[in-house]
Design a protein around this ligand. Structure first.
Ligand SMILES: [Zn+2]
Length: 166
């Protein structure tokens, strides 16, 4: 090969590595956009590009690492919600579910998962949703891709009242 071919080969390799790095940024190991947009309301629930990016950031930074720490299956009971879906299930109008920034999680030991997320991972809000002092009914967790994550830990009591845990 002459010098020009080596140069092209080098440029090609550099572009491949860049492509790989961009791809890696969006790889979701344990969760799919399909399960993060599932709804049993029958209403349209299709995220746009910005909302999909937010879901991917949530998975990459919180859900996938949580799955690896928990070492067990984690189910998503509600991820992205269109305004129609959010209204139908009685979600608050400012819910981060509307932006693709939040997911409600369930698993075999929700208290353990809650502690793992709280102690090890970045998040905007982590909420112990209803249930009792031993187990929440479900876990709500959110993540902001812009990095402005508040690390708020809250508990939603069965009477609908929020209490700050930190
Ligand atoms: Zn939620």
């Amino acid at each position: 090969m002459d010098k020009r071919n080596y140069t092209l080969l080098f440029i090609g390799s550099v572009l491949s590595v860049i492509g790989l790095l961009i791809g890696v940024k969006y790889i979701m190991k344990y969760f799919t956009i399909k399960e993060l947009t599932a709804t049993n309301t029958g209403l349209p629930n299709v995220p746009n590009d910005v909302q999909i990016s937010a879901l991917k950031a949530l998975v990459k930074n919180v859900l996938d690492p949580a799955r690896e720490l928990f070492k067990g299956t984690i189910g998503v009971t509600s991820g992205f919600r269109s305004p129609e879906v959010n209204k139908a299930i009685g979600g608050v109008a400012t819910s981060q579910h509307l932006k693709g920034e939040a997911a409600d999680l369930t698993c075999s030991d929700k208290a353990k998962l809650f502690a793992l997320i709280r102690n090890n991972l970045p998040f905007d809000q982590l909420i112990w949703e209803k249930g009792n002092d031993v187990q929440p009914a479900w876990i709500h967790v959110s993540f902001k891709a812009n990095g402005n994550n508040r690390k708020q830990v809250l508990k939603l009591k069965p009477n609908g009242q929020y209490v700050t845990l930190i």
